[in-house]
Ligand binder design. Structure first.
Ligand SMILES: [Zn+2]
Length: 445
């Protein structure tokens, strides 16, 4: 949910052709990697990558929910392999799928969770106050979707501009009174805006960076678009928390990179940007909000920056060995989950899933799940019900199916929404139903 998902469409792949790389029907489960299967070069610095962080096998695009089981189980699958660069510290997935195939379409997300909108409203208020953003100042957001964040700045009397690549969504924003440029943000777009007399007093990007195919071009564009003392804030899931929490289900083809402050600081520095503050947020299982400015700007550097960097060094995010260890833990997690399922079946217990999220597909396909593993997955979204999970082929059903079938266990797949889901499904307690989460370890409650 939120700007990132909306910007580059976590559901964007849904409308892709099933074999976007022209793979022949004779080999539907294995598509050729576009950039070769041999050595991998760092997408940022070009160094040859030697360290696997997570090899999750062949997986279909995480959002390609299918209308029938056979299609779901035979979708083209691509290597989902994340590696660490020991020179620039950027963690990244192999480019097995061309960006144009993933991001060629942008579904419109018309609803945001209450908690996400509150997060955005609080952000706008905090930025206006901290950086003294008065009327006449311009706030620009990259990945602005339908303007849901910018409207809070506009209501405060500021001039706003959204940048979003999806024409249909930009149109919705413009109709709602939020001026929006239709473009993939990068250096060329920034130069064009500046040439037209448009630059930012405050620039925001929420959960966009992981989706950016060329992070260098993007960050250089940011440096161009900022006025002298302007501030750029960017939010992203923090790699440190992803590793600590074994949140490997955040990995999918559409997420090109997984960011530490360590990696980002180097990338920003090369583009002429300086990180002067950072906040730790609870969104997406633990995120960072980074504050940056031009290297020549006057913003005082907070001790928070060194504190987060120190935590990353203690966790050895600058050491290939720390990354190699992640996969060993994933194998243990997978064995524990499949062991739990086997024990349930042996005892005649029925296990179903809840939450047909993208991350559920990474998890289930890594575990080799099928409808024998989870009989079904219940979901609130009418656009997913009666479809099938890509790869695993598990059917997606309405929540009422839980009441009808009275399962013994409900595996909550979007573990980050656990509290909300347990509240919603409290009725399962009536027949002694229990919940289970598998990340970072099996927990039954
Ligand atoms: Zn690198």
């Amino acid at each position: 949910m939120g700007g990132a998902a909306a910007f580059l469409g976590t559901d964007a792949a849904r409308r892709l052709p099933e074999y976007p790389l022209g793979v022949s029907d004779a080999c539907p489960r294995m598509a050729p990697a576009v950039h070769g299967m041999g050595q991998r070069q760092c997408q940022y610095c070009g160094t040859t990558l030697h360290t696997t962080w997570a090899d999750l096998g062949l997986q279909p695009l995480a959002n390609s929910y299918s209308v029938d089981r056979e299609t779901a189980r035979t979708l083209a699958a691509y290597p989902l392999h994340a590696r660490y660069c020991h020179i620039c510290h950027l963690v990244q997935v192999d480019r097995a799928v061309p960006a144009e195939a993933i991001f060629s379409d942008y579904p419109y997300f018309s609803s945001y969770s209450w908690s996400w909108l509150a997060h955005c409203r609080n952000y706008a208020g905090a930025m206006i106050q901290r950086f003294d953003l008065g009327s006449g100042k311009r706030v620009i957001e990259i990945g602005s979707n339908d303007g849901y964040l910018l409207k809070y700045f506009a209501e405060a009397g500021l001039s706003v501009l959204g940048i979003d690549p999806a024409g249909n969504i930009a149109e919705i924003a413009r109709n709602a009174g939020i001026p929006t440029e239709t473009a993939f943000f990068g250096l060329d777009v920034a130069r064009d805006l500046v040439a037209r007399g448009i630059s930012a007093d405050h620039l925001s990007a929420k959960n966009v960076l992981a989706h950016v195919p060329d992070i260098r071009d993007f960050v250089e564009g940011v440096a161009v678009l900022l006025r002298d003392e302007a501030v750029f804030t960017v939010e992203f899931p923090h790699l440190l928390q992803t590793i600590r929490g074994l949140q490997f289900d955040q990995i999918y083809h559409e997420h090109y990179c997984y960011l530490s402050l360590l990696a980002l600081q180097g990338i920003f520095r090369e583009a002429g940007l300086r990180i002067f503050d950072v906040e730790e947020l609870t969104t997406h299982g633990g995120s960072l909000r980074v504050y940056a400015c031009r290297s020549t700007a006057c913003h005082e550097t907070s001790s928070n920056v060194d504190a987060v960097l120190a935590a990353e060094i203690v966790a050895q995010l600058d050491d290939p060995a720390a990354y190699r260890d992640f996969e060993r833990k994933l194998r243990g997690l997978k064995a524990d989950f499949l062991g739990f399922i086997a024990n349930c079946h042996d005892a005649g217990k029925r296990v179903v899933g809840y939450g047909a999220a993208a991350k559920a597909n990474t998890f289930l396909n890594y575990c080799g799940a099928s409808p024998d593993t989870l009989a079904y997955i219940a979901d609130r979204s009418s656009s997913k019900v009666r479809r099938f999970m890509p790869g695993s082929g598990i059917p997606i059903v309405e929540i009422v199916e839980i009441k009808r079938t009275r399962p013994d266990y409900i595996a909550i797949l979007p573990w980050n929404l656990r509290q909300e889901i347990v509240g919603e499904l409290g009725f399962v307690r009536r027949w002694g139903g229990r919940f289970v989460t598998a990340i970072p370890a099996i927990e039954i409650f």
